[in-house]
Write a protein that binds this ligand. Structure first.
Ligand code: HEM
Ligand code: NAG
Ligand code: NAG
Ligand code: NAG
Length: 357
């Protein structure tokens, strides 16, 4: 125990970048053998393993991973650049859960906070560090995802966020863009953040069909959701039409009214369409917007991004779900060419629900 602090830090090396005149990059080798940017990050490596084991079933892109990302949004967006709307990415939703879970937009969030709570307590991290690290790890479990950044050192949250900071699927595009702008995000960043809906499903929109995905590939972080939200809808996947839901193109798939409108609004349609089959663009914009979202209201954090697992990459083009083609696309952006895509063979699929929902 006496030597714990000495052994936690084996060596420090300064490695000069190849580029002339570039800044020196500090590297630290932890006692676990991991290399990272700052000795303060060393303690996180075993915690990452623990979170993978105890929260994400050993590293899966399942229900918990999806919900951990949604939770990071609902926590962080409790913030305004003008003040008075909460402490941002502070973990308030985890510890002031009784208050924040009474807000309508947080329906179903209690599943993931109650699942996270005991793991949060095991780690000894602050609520904000735990919740935003868990979101970065959970996202990294999804093939194709960006390796999100993680900044470390949030103090404990002071108070719950007030109600009405989280957008609802029944909101207009004008009100959604205004809420994002109030939190400091452009329309481009708002659309980038909606890339998250590629690993998303709804439990509460239609409670008769929990775990109904927003695209046909809910276990991969691909651009499929940007394509499928533009397909002409024809059915409701569950018990008829629900608030916040519009016609879906596929059995077993849920379409949010907000995604439908943002994909077709003149302010956002081209920002939406340009991500179809452009994985690199989606990833770079999503990663940048997430790194802003996950530090809202925070200061003096240490960059511990090295602790985030490296996601598996995807290759190849996305495809239309079987039986669909460009003639089914409700094209809303006329300034850009629509990508040419192949179609999966076979009859129109029924999308299965996310297990464990
Ligand atoms: C216009 C803004 C947004 C609206 C209206 C919206 C709405 C929704 C709704 C209604 C659900 C389904 C909840 C349920 O019934 O279980 C959902 C799920 C989800 N949302 Fe959003 N969302 C928005 C933005 C975001 C953002 C910015 C993120 C993350 C960066 C995000 C991540 C997710 C994820 C990952 C899920 C799936 C959760 C799961 O499968 O357990 N959403 N969203
Ligand atoms: C809410 O927080 C309390 C601690 O204040 C915790 O015991 C409980 O499990 C949490 N419940 C949910 C639904 O997150
Ligand atoms: C289905 O929807 C109808 C009409 O909205 C409602 O009366 C009924 O209770 C719903 N059924 C279930 C199982 O939720
Ligand atoms: C979408 O469906 C509507 C009504 O079912 C139809 O009028 C419209 O032409 C369709 N659009 C496309 C692109 O298939």
């Amino acid at each position: 125990m006496v030597f714990a602090r000495l052994t936690s830090l084996v060596s420090i090396a300064l490695i000069a970048s190849q580029a002339a005149g570039a800044a020196l990059t500090k590297r630290v080798t932890c006692s676990t053998g991991h290399v990272t940017a700052d000795a303060a990050c060393c303690k996180l490596f075993p915690i990452v393993d623990q979170i993978q084991q105890d929260l994400f079933d050993g590293g899966e892109c399942g229900e918990e991973a999806h919900s951990a990302l949604r939770l990071a949004f609902h926590d962080a967006i409790g913030f305004s650049i003008h003040g008075g709307k909460g402490g941002g990415a502070d973990g308030s939703i985890l510890v002031f859960n009784a208050t924040e879970e009474s807000f309508h937009a947080n329906g179903g969030i209690d599943d993931i906070t109650s699942r996270q709570f005991p793991v949060f307590q095991e780690t000894g991290l602050t609520p904000g560090d735990f919740l935003h690290l868990a979101a970065a790890i959970g996202t990294s479990n999804c093939a194709g995802a960006p390796r999100l950044k993680f900044f470390f050192g949030r103090p404990a949250p002071l108070a719950p966020a007030p109600d009405l900071t989280v957008p609802e699927p029944t909101d207009s595009v004008t009100s959604i863009l205004a809420r994002f702008a109030d939190a400091g995000f452009s329309a481009r960043e708002a659309v980038a953040l909606l890339s998250s809906h590629t690993i998303a499903a709804a439990d509460t929109i239609d409670p008769t069909i929990p775990g109904t995905p927003f695209d046909s590939t809910v276990g991969t972080f691909d651009t499929q959701v940007f394509l499928e939200v533009l397909l002409n809808g024809s059915l409701f996947p569950g018990n008829g039409s629900q608030a916040g839901e519009v016609l879906s193109p596929l059995h077993g798939e849920m379409r949010l009214q907000s995604d439908f409108l943002i994909a077709r609004d003149p302010r956002t349609a081209c920002l939406w369409q340009e991500k179809i089959n452009n994985q690199a663009l989606m990833l770079s914009e999503f990663k940048a917007a997430m790194s802003k979202l996950q530090v809202l209201g925070q200061k003096n954090l240490v960059d511990c991004s090295d602790v985030v697992p490296v996601p598996k990459t995807l290759s190849g083009s996305i495809k239309y779900p079987a039986s669909f083609s460009q003639s089914d696309v409700d094209i809303a952006c006329t300034d850009l060419p629509f990508p040419s895509l192949a179609t999966v063979a076979g009859p129109a699929p029924t999308i299965p629900p996310v297990p464990g929902s």
